[in-house]
Design a protein around this ligand. Structure first.
Ligand code: 5GP
Ligand code: MN
Length: 337
């Protein structure tokens, strides 16, 4: 599905004003890359901008230009609320339902100005005043590239190029996932021409591990289980596992992909216990037609894309694992070879 108010949005940006850009809860590379990249473009047009993230984001994104100016709603609530009150426009990037903004969702729903959403997730809620929604896009960062290029291609600076390249790279699994198109590669090429330091970005994101990261990965791989008749593999990480390796935000990113890398596996899951939040955070990945967006919506209060989705469970880790093993059997027709 696709919905496009692009020219109207360009029109709304003709007169300098105050603009807030909001990222989703637990921001990833695409969320931070798109809010920072579009924010810098808006500054070049003369707007005053502020990026707000509901909660903290991983260290491997903190080197991006202006990342240190991001307000974290959880910690800087008053300042964030004041910015939202003063802003005339809010951009909602890389998510399509207000609940995905966590503790910022009430402020977003009650926002008095103009809400503009740019996003590539499935089944968007209709709560923004204007939107560009395109589920065929690799990433919100790719959409921001098209949005800026349609009006002012000359304004894509190296800072913007670095932000957008990072989001495209992380959301496509380094240009591997099926959502990657020839256009995605052309966009990446254009961003390199405009100054994206692709090797540096890759190193900062993927070659920046602490020893504990790799040790936690080792534990996760020891915990990996296979349900071979359903071509399914899953990993559990308890709070004790996280504590043993000094868990920091971002440390579990990408671990689920190891389960999917096994031969004959088309469905992978990771269940991560976060005791303080009282939830099990779940990431689901698939290859081919198995729809993990639908699976997550049906069973784990989540959503996302066909081949990558997330969700949560408020039950214990063991009960969640047993529940998963129970329901996955109902997908035997789709999963077995
Ligand atoms: P991850 O497993 O990396 O957290 O998320 C995978 C994909 O699913 C991302 O595109 C993310 O935005 C989306 N996603 C994660 N959790 C949720 C959720 O609770 N609801 C929805 N609608 N999407 C989610
Ligand atoms: Mn995204």
């Amino acid at each position: 599905m696709s919905k496009n108010h692009q020219s109207k949005i360009h029109q709304l940006l003709e007169n300098p004003t105050k603009i807030v850009l909001v990222a989703h809860q637990n921001p990833d590379g695409d969320a931070i890359g798109s809010t920072l990249g579009l924010g810098i473009y808006l500054q070049l047009l003369g707007h005053q901008t502020q990026v707000i993230a509901p909660n903290d984001f991983p260290k491997f994104l903190k080197w991006l230009p202006q990342a240190s100016d991001i307000l974290t709603y959880e910690k800087q609530t008053d300042e964030s609320q004041q910015c939202l009150q003063e802003a005339e426009i809010v951009f909602i990037l890389d998510f399509n339902a207000p609940q995905r903004a966590g503790n910022v969702s009430d402020a977003l729903i009650g926002f008095k100005g103009i809400k503009i959403m740019i996003d590539h997730h499935q089944q968007p809620s209709d709560y923004a005043d204007f939107m560009i929604s395109d589920t065929s896009m690799s990433s919100t960062c790719e959409m921001i590239f098209h949005f800026i290029s349609s009006k002012h291609p000359e304004l894509i600076t190296s800072d913007i190029a670095n932000c957008l390249y990072l989001g495209i790279m992380t959301d496509t699994g380094s240009f591997k996932f099926g959502i990657t198109t020839s256009t995605t590669h052309r966009v990446a090429a254009a961003l390199i021409d405009q100054g994206a330091a692709h090797t540096h970005i890759h190193e900062m994101v993927y070659d920046n591990n602490r020893l504990e990261n790799l040790q936690l990965l080792g534990r996760a791989l020891q915990n990996l289980k296979i349900v071979s008749d359903l071509r399914t593999a899953y990993i559990t990480l308890s709070q004790e596992d996280l504590d043993a390796f000094d868990f920091q935000k971002g440390d579990t990113e990408g671990i689920v992909n190891y389960a999917l890398s096994l031969e004959n596996i088309i469905f992978a899951a990771i269940f991560i216990e976060h005791k303080e939040d009282g939830i099990i955070k779940i990431s689901l990945r698939s290859k081919g037609d198995f729809d993990v967006n639908a699976f997550s919506r049906a069973h784990f209060e989540g959503g996302g894309h066909r081949n990558a989705s997330g969700g949560r469970s408020k039950r214990t880790l063991k009960v969640t694992e047993d529940y998963f093993l129970d329901i996955v059997k109902n997908y035997k027709n789709e999963l077995s070879a």
